[in-house]
Design a protein around this ligand. Structure first.
Ligand SMILES: NC(=O)c1ccc[n+]([C@@H]2O[C@H](COP(=O)([O-])OP(=O)(O)OC[C@H]3O[C@@H](n4cnc5c(N)ncnc54)[C@H](OP(=O)(O)O)[C@@H]3O)[C@@H](O)[C@H]2O)c1
Length: 319
């Protein structure tokens, strides 16, 4: 009896991605290159070129302010991913200009501090937000939300656009030396002072997601997202008190300490202390699972901190 094996080869796409030397962009780009796509990645420092090429990514040297370059790359690509910045309006407009009328996919990376309540590290009301009922943004977050809206509205110009609003991302990035935004700051402060600290009492809660699951979600979205779709990207949540306690255990330090917001702002700055580390940002993302069939593999940031954050082979890019 003959067994006939059908090999369904995925559509090979030419993808242009910004932030290719970064934590999110580099990890997505490497994942897409591994999946067989042709990936061109924007970097502003040519020193990253060799590392990108090793990961199968073709470097494009430039910045988010190079409007003509971004539009031309978008025009030449089959799909575009913006992973360099959630806050650069000019780059988003340039990419949309290059894609207008094409029917191509445009994935924009946003962040769930857009619903952050700046509670000073306290649990507060800790409301949970859903994709179909987003709140009005605070003054601090209005500009980021306006960029998200630009991307969603681009669907009216025949662009298959989507906003992937990521929560706290943990894990090791594909590009050596790249690091996420929140946990590495807690770790660095602890390395320097010998004490793990969280903002306020650390009762504030953030939704979170593992970087490899993020990269797979972007791959699925390239293939299947309906235009004009907003996604929350999450697969779990934890309080900062629990995360800092896990960091202390992993680093073999004493119990974490509370830190008044004003002190934390001196260390991490206003935005990072008030929102990135000192707010609640609790969201539920149903669309990635329903529309794209996304199945995140990792769901416990505490488990990752305790068992993998300081794993010997990737200690240099901790968290
Ligand atoms: N990590 C998270 O948990 C998370 C969650 C939600 C949203 N976000 C947002 O997503 C964005 C990317 O985050 P990330 O964690 O991947 O940060 P990252 O590791 O700092 O990566 C950003 C990358 O973009 C590049 N870049 C930044 N500004 C640029 C410019 N003007 N021109 C050209 N390239 C530029 C950087 O290049 P260089 O290497 O030259 O600096 C870097 O490679 C940020 O806006 C962040 O706030 C992050």
């Amino acid at each position: 009896m003959h067994v006939i094996v059908f090999l369904i080869k995925e559509n090979v796409l030419k993808i242009f991605i910004t932030g290719a030397s970064g934590f999110i962009g580099g990890s997505i780009a490497a994942h897409l290159a591994r999946a067989g796509h042709t990936v061109r990645g924007l970097i502003r420092n040519p020193d990253h070129s060799a590392e990108l090429q090793r990961l199968g990514i073709e470097p494009v040297i430039g910045t988010l302010d190079d409007r003509a370059l971004l539009s031309a790359e978008a025009q030449a690509a089959d799909a575009v991913i913006n992973a360099a910045s959630s806050d650069h309006e000019g780059a988003v407009k340039a990419l949309i200009d290059g894609l207008a009328g094409s029917g191509k996919t445009f994935l924009h990376t946003s962040g769930s501090s857009i619903v952050g309540d700046a509670s000073g590290g306290e649990a507060g009301q800790a409301r949970i937000y859903h994709e179909d009922a987003l709140p009005e943004p605070t003054a601090d977050k209005a500009a980021r939300v306006a960029i998200d809206q630009l991307v969603l509205d681009a669907a009216q110009q025949n662009i298959r656009s989507a906003v992937l609003c990521n929560t706290l991302i943990y894990g090791h990035g594909a590009v050596p030396g790249s690091a996420s935004v929140q946990l590495p700051r807690l770790v660095r402060q602890a390395q320097e002072s010998g004490v793990v600290r969280h903002v306020g009492s650390g009762g504030n809660i953030w939704s979170n997601v593992f970087i490899d699951d993020v990269a797979e979600l972007y791959r699925l979205a390239l293939d299947k997202t309906p235009g004009g779709t907003f996604y929350f990207v999450e697969s779990g949540e934890a309080s900062f008190r629990d995360m800092s306690a896990a960091i202390a255990r992993a680093m073999k330090l004493g119990a974490p300490q509370d830190w008044p917001l004003e002190e934390a702002q001196k260390e991490w700055g206003y935005e990072m202390a008030s929102y990135g580390l000192g707010s609640n940002s609790r969201v539920r993302g149903e669309r990635a699972r329903k529309l794209l069939g996304w199945q995140p593999k990792r769901t416990s940031v505490i488990d990752w901190i305790e068992h993998d954050m300081l794993s010997p082979e990737r200690t240099s890019s901790a968290a």
